[in-house]
Ligand binder design. Structure first.
Ligand SMILES: C[S@@+](CC[C@H](N)C(=O)[O-])C[C@H]1O[C@@H](n2cnc3c(N)ncnc32)[C@H](O)[C@@H]1O
Length: 210
């Protein structure tokens, strides 16, 4: 069977905290605060689902959430979370295989897009783009290439680790910013973490992409 995040699901959050402290969580919490009440939300690659508990602290009810992850173990952990009064539908599948109606108000891709080769990124970007309503928000956070030597080294080690243990296909960061630039997105707000190594951005979809 192909390796996936199943192999590290039970200790993924601890691992992320050991390496990055609270930064990866803080980048996501920054984005969650931008979500309007009563939104229909797609969370893609949501991992262990701690984000659902954080969301329920900000919006105790009224949200309608579709939470998708390719890893059955991640979905099992996420399903056990306290989601408050929000409605959550869990989907265990590669996002590229699922068709959604194009009516999400918000999509969230927390540290998802860095997993893919340029070719797969194109497919997944289009899939998520199609699911987001015009004027909807794409809450994006991920790593970025910087000129800082230790950050470049950490990124290389991360790819080696995730390719070996989780079967991640990418060997380096794909051109994610360019995907947003080439499609119909505008940056509404952004925040850099660890000198720009991690970037959180609120993109607004200004029209349907071509
Ligand atoms: C780096 S982890 C991030 C987890 C979580 N967002 C977080 O920040 O704690 C990437 C997640 O994306 C999921 N994933 C990878 N490829 C996927 C795909 N094609 N479709 C859906 N989920 C995927 C993995 O199973 C994993 O849970």
């Amino acid at each position: 069977m192909k390796r996936s995040y199943d192999t590290i699901a039970t200790f993924y959050d601890r691992l992320a905290r050991i390496i990055y402290g609270n930064t990866l969580m803080n980048a996501q919490i920054y984005l969650l605060k931008k979500i309007p009440p009563n939104s229909r939300i797609l969370i893609a690659g949501g991992g262990t689902g701690w984000i659902l508990e954080e969301l329920s602290r900000i919006h105790p009810s009224g949200l309608s959430i579709t939470f998708i992850d390719i890893s059955p173990k991640m979905i099992a952990l996420a399903s056990a979370r306290n989601v408050g009064g929000n409605k959550v539908a869990f989907v265990t599948a590669p996002i590229q295989d699922i068709s959604f109606p194009n009516d999400f108000d918000v999509v969230i891709t927390p540290f998802l897009l860095d997993n893919f080769s340029e070719e797969t990124l194109k497919v997944i970007f289009l899939k998520i783009d199609t699911s987001l309503a015009t004027k909807g928000l794409w809450l994006f956070c991920d790593f970025q290439n910087t000129a800082i030597w230790w950050q470049r080294t950490v990124l290389k080690i991360m790819y080696l680790f995730f390719r070996t243990f989780c079967g991640v296909e990418a060997e380096k960061l794909p051109h994610i910013n360019e995907a947003f630039e080439q499609n119909s997105y505008t940056i509404k707000e952004e925040k850099a973490f660890i000198s720009g190594f991690v970037m959180a951005r609120v993109y607004e979809k200004i029209s349907h992409s071509l």
